[in-house]
Design a protein around this ligand. Structure first.
Ligand SMILES: *Cc1c(COP(=O)(O)O)cnc(C)c1O
Length: 429
């Protein structure tokens, strides 16, 4: 391997001594691609620098968080200004309502919202609220969609059948998992059949309106509409988990893109501008059940943290400027065009899914529209591709099942350099 990894290896051994599994989030351990995790020293714009002096064009961008690129000057300025005033008070501040108002303007389905500190917390709380509001226990999710690591959501069911779930992690009580049903993504018929029989028991249906945690999988036409209609009919709460898609696929998120109004929305990643933030919100009718106005409890010492709110406001303000999403779409389209040409030339069984600045190159002939398809990918080939790209100065997600993210800091020249690397990596040259 050409890549220098001496210092990363040293830090990896150091981390293994002190952190569980060497990391604070599993995918960072590179289990899916092998080798030693690359330790980052600094980042600026579209580039990451590692501790060994290698530089990479970054397509992870902190899992989509850094939509403006790394170390953005406007976000830094907002953070510096906030920092001088103290970092946490445990009391209300103006910035919380300001960011809430900005989010509401972008996502009209949200009348009231609440900030928390992560996407996991947002989803966990939204589900509690949906259960409290409906007085029902069962929840429906879709296999291959990730909604954070709360107990009820670490469940996948057998091959798209409407079976009640078994936990996919030790430590999740079977009694919790029994209340979670996991259905096949994009299977409209299977979903409607299930809801016809059991809709009356379902507190909520939660979905990634564009699935971005099994690689990128787009909703089939009519899928989201079917969810909306069935939830309205059964009195179940429809939750769009827009932790990735919110402010990513457009200023109005996936719900704006497809014109479907969920009852609750969960947000995270981009809305914190690089600091830990999550949020959930929806109609006044549902949100008023939340404590202190209502009886469903949820709280947080660092919720609405002033630094996080300042970074979030700066990030969203920048996204509201004209031309931002046009630029992201143009970058995504250029990437797609180039990759399609390379795919044909390579003759390999590959499938590309893209929406806006999100894309995944799957090592499978596809089509890729659910977890069954994603799970059939050649993950060994992906691992080879990952390292071949790293050697060529491109940092991809260290797993076939994660999505690539383009930021506004990626230039046309960056995209061209990435395509050149991909051509080399796929042809083995
Ligand atoms: C990242 C993610 C989460 C979890 O957010 P964390 O901040 O990692 O807890 C939930 N849902 C989706 C769709 C995500 O992509």
């Amino acid at each position: 391997m050409k890549l220098k990894t001496h210092k990363s290896k040293k830090l990896w051994n150091y981390s293994l001594k002190h952190l569980a599994g060497g990391v604070n989030s599993p995918v960072r351990a590179f289990n899916a691609v092998g080798g030693t995790p690359i330790f980052i020293k600094a980042a600026k714009g579209a580039r990451l620098s590692d501790v060994d002096g290698n530089s990479y064009l970054d397509y992870v961008t902190s899992w989509g968080v850094m939509i403006h690129g790394h170390a953005d000057r406007d976000i830094q300025a907002a953070l510096c200004a906030a920092l001088t005033k103290g970092t946490s008070y445990g009391a209300p501040t103006e910035a919380e309502a300001v960011l809430a108002e900005m989010i509401k303007k972008a996502l009209p389905s949200i009348e009231k919202l609440r900030f928390v500190s992560s996407g996991t917390e947002a989803v966990m709380s939204a589900i509690r609220l949906a259960r409290g509001y409906t007085g029902r226990d069962k929840i429906v999710k879709f296999t291959g969609c990730y909604h954070g690591h709360a107990d009820s959501l670490l469940v996948k069911a057998g091959s798209g059948a409407a079976t009640f779930g078994a936990p996919s992690s030790p430590g999740v009580p079977a009694a919790f998992a029994r209340n979670t049903v996991s259905l096949e993504y994009n299977d409209i018929e299977g979903f409607l059949k299930f809801m016809k029989r059991s809709g009356g028991e379902v507190a909520c249906v939660i979905v990634e309106p564009i699935a971005a945690n099994m690689g990128l999988v787009l909703p089939r036409p009519g899928f989201l509409k079917a969810l909306r209609k069935a939830c309205s009919a059964s009195g179940s709460v429809l939750i769009f988990d827009e932790v990735i898609t919110g402010f990513r696929v457009g200023f109005g998120g996936a719900q704006g893109l497809y014109g479907i109004k969920p009852d609750l929305t969960t947000l995270g990643k981009i809305i914190g501008g690089g600091l830990p933030v999550g949020a959930y919100g929806g109609s006044e009718k549902i949100m008023k059940n939340l404590s202190p106005a209502g009886k469903v409890y949820q709280a947080g010492t660092l919720s609405g943290n002033p630094l996080a709110m300042a970074a979030g406001c700066a990030a969203i303000r920048k996204l509201s400027k004209p031309g931002v999403y046009k630029k992201l779409e143009a970058s995504g389209a250029a990437m797609e065009k180039g990759l399609r040409r390379i795919m044909v030339k390579s003759g390999l069984p590959l499938t590309l899914n893209r929406v806006g600045s999100l894309f995944t190159l799957f090592f499978s002939k596809g089509p890729l529209e659910n977890w069954t398809g994603a799970a059939a990918c050649d993950t060994r080939r992906y691992a080879e591709y990952f390292w071949a790209m790293a050697e060529r100065g491109v940092y991809l997600p260290p797993s076939q099942f994660e999505t690539c993210f383009i930021s506004t800091a990626h230039t046309a020249a960056d995209i061209a350099a990435t395509l050149e690397a991909a051509e080399g990596a796929l042809s083995g040259k």
